[in-house]
Ligand binder design. Structure first.
Ligand code: SAM
Ligand code: SF4
Length: 363
């Protein structure tokens, strides 16, 4: 039996390793403004203690909207024949990375659909060039690739990899990601760990059929994976997908997921997602005050952004990166926080705890 909310909150924050699923469900189920605020305040205090007040910016470059996967929730799915597709050539990707560095960003996130057009050599050469010619930390978010690819990218100089497990509910996973499996996703995450990447994972909040207990399992999984980065954003339906008429995820529940994740994985970099900003005008700030410490401005050239339509009406579609950076800086300072400088690596990176085969050379 989990006990009262106050007792569970204290116990989970004091000894996250022993938190059970029932404890986490109790925290996720909490209702009422005062109790929710109590959860968010504690998560915020743990964030301040473990990560400080700096909010790190990660510039996301969405370089290809082609995808061979068919996730039921995503507008880029292969079966969406109405989706407009584009690919940036490696030279153009490099130029955008340089632009990110010039704008003062410490990290570039190279994100795409699962697009085999970018083969191992093409991407390795590009990564090596960015690593050689810019001070940027390089995060990859390319979906599922072979072990040999992941190894080559790490050796070329990539530092981090984001691969959300999406949902820890095996049945839901199978239903929403045809021809894919949760076991394969977890195997990939273990490979990333072995290769010495800083590993990011996370879930979508509010998927149709998802329960509080499966969200609690999602958070427990992030702790078991001992991730360095977390992305947990609300589900937003895209009309041209099989989930097009489903309800969006709840902002409140996503905030609770962010806060409970901070209790369980205190030293992770946790994103205040663009999906939160899309559903709520202060979505990012609310997440930053409930345990998050990272925001991800869009580095994609404006002419392509509408074609990278994971879900419709994404926040900040028409703002230049320069405008976004100014706006984000203001929003961050308005809530009493500061802008992070440098690459904003995981604290484990500095202590040498992230050490895989390739990770021995922490570049
Ligand atoms: N293709 C890569 C992958 O799936 O890992 C990276 C790009 S994918 C667009 C990035 C993330 O978008 C996914 O991990 C998923 O969680 C999120 N996403 C996709 N469709 C979404 C939706 N309708 N609402 C909220 N998040 C969504
Ligand atoms: Fe492709 Fe990623 Fe969208 Fe799935 S979530 S369809 S893998 S872009």
């Amino acid at each position: 039996m989990p006990g009262t909310f106050d007792a569970v909150l204290k116990r989970v924050a004091g000894d996250p390793a022993r938190a059970g699923i029932a404890d986490l469900v109790c925290l996720l189920a909490v209702e009422g403004a005062e109790r929710q605020a109590q959860l968010f305040r504690l998560a915020d205090a743990i964030r301040a203690r473990e990560m400080g007040d700096a909010v790190h910016l990660r510039g996301v470059l969405e370089f290809s909207s082609y995808c061979q996967a068919d996730c039921y929730y995503c507008g880029l799915r292969a079966s969406n024949s109405g989706a407009k597709r584009y690919r940036l050539r490696p030279e153009a990707i490099f130029e955008q990375a340089k632009r990110g560095a010039t704008l003062g960003l410490g990290t570039i996130v190279l994100q795409s659909g699962e697009d085999p057009w970018y083969d191992r050599n093409t991407l390795s050469r590009l990564i090596a060039r960015i690593a050689r010619e810019t001070p940027l930390a390089i995060t990859l978010s390319l979906g599922e690739r072979s072990y040999a690819d992941l190894q080559a990218f790490r050796e070329a100089g990539a530092h981090r990899y984001l691969l959300k497990h999406e949902t820890s509910d095996r049945r839901l996973y199978r239903r929403l990601r045809p021809a894919r499996s949760l076991s394969r996703r977890l195997r990939l995450l273990s490979w990333l760990r072995r290769l010495g990447y800083q590993v990011g994972s996370g879930c979508i909040v509010g998927l149709p059929g998802q329960t509080l207990s499966s969200l609690a399992q999602d958070i427990k999984m992030l702790r078991d994976l001992d991730v360095e980065m977390v992305g947990a954003g609300p589900f937003i339906p895209h009309p041209a997908t099989p989930l097009g008429t489903s309800e969006p995820g709840s902002v409140d529940l996503t905030l609770k997921v962010v806060a409970v994740t901070r209790l369980l994985v205190p030293s992770a970099h946790i994103a205040a997602t663009t999906a939160m900003a899309t559903l709520h005008p202060q979505g990012r700030e609310l997440a930053l005050q409930a345990g998050a410490n990272v925001v991800m401005p869009n580095l994609t050239p404006i002419e392509y952004r509408r074609q990278y339509e994971i879900y419709p009406a994404k926040a900040c579609l028409d703002e230049t990166t320069e405008h976004c950076l100014g706006c984000l800086r203001g929003r961050i300072e308005d809530i009493g926080r500061t802008l992070g400088h440098g690459r904003g690596d995981s604290p484990k990176w500095h202590t040498g705890e992230v050490t895989g085969d390739a990770g021995q050379r922490r570049r």
